[in-house]
Design a protein around this ligand. Structure first.
Ligand code: OFO
Length: 163
């Protein structure tokens, strides 16, 4: 059984994972309209993963005797300055999500909720991977300079295949 506090933080995370999914959908759609099919595909796949994360939280809250709340989501930005700025934003967002997951974990520990403490470990590991894959793309962009975007767009699908 979840305590009220753990339930509240898990519900906050439902909103954040759902927003992440929408944010990456918005970014994917922007990239697609700019002719960057590879980057769009990467972002669409990220959006799917974030939706899965949201579902994991929904199911966890309901299974543990709480009530998952499906919230309203704020509208993500429609336009992005460019590809480097977009990926910088992805990394910043993932760092925010990592901090948010850590807060859920800290609340679960404080509330002596061992089940949630154990369960959420998967997300802690997942965030390490997500921050690192955003960082890898930023590193590639920095390395290759101005011609990087075309090459990166072709390369990025392979990068997901390495997951
Ligand atoms: Fe990448 O955010 Fe979910 O956990």
């Amino acid at each position: 059984m979840l305590t009220k506090k753990v339930e509240e933080f898990c519900n906050r995370q439902i909103e954040r994972e759902g927003y992440s999914s929408n944010l990456y959908l918005a970014m994917a759609s922007w990239a697609e309209t700019k002719g960057m099919a590879g980057i769009a595909a990467w972002l669409y796949a990220q959006a799917d993963e974030e939706k899965e994360h949201m579902l994991k939280f929904i199911k966890w809250v309901n299974e543990r005797g709480g009530t998952a709340i499906i919230p309203e989501f704020k509208k993500p930005p429609v336009k992005y300055k460019g590809v480097p700025e977009l990926f910088a934003e992805v990394l910043k967002h993932e760092q925010f999500i990592s901090a948010s997951i850590n807060e859920v974990l800290e609340v679960a520990i404080a509330e002596k909720d061992h089940a949630t403490t154990n369960w959420i470990q998967w997300f802690v590991d997942e965030q390490v991977e997500e921050e690192s894959s955003a960082q890898q793309i930023i590193d590639k962009l920095n390395l290759a300079g101005a011609n990087a975007i075309y090459l990166l767009d072709r390369d990025i699908m392979k990068l997901r295949g390495d997951d």
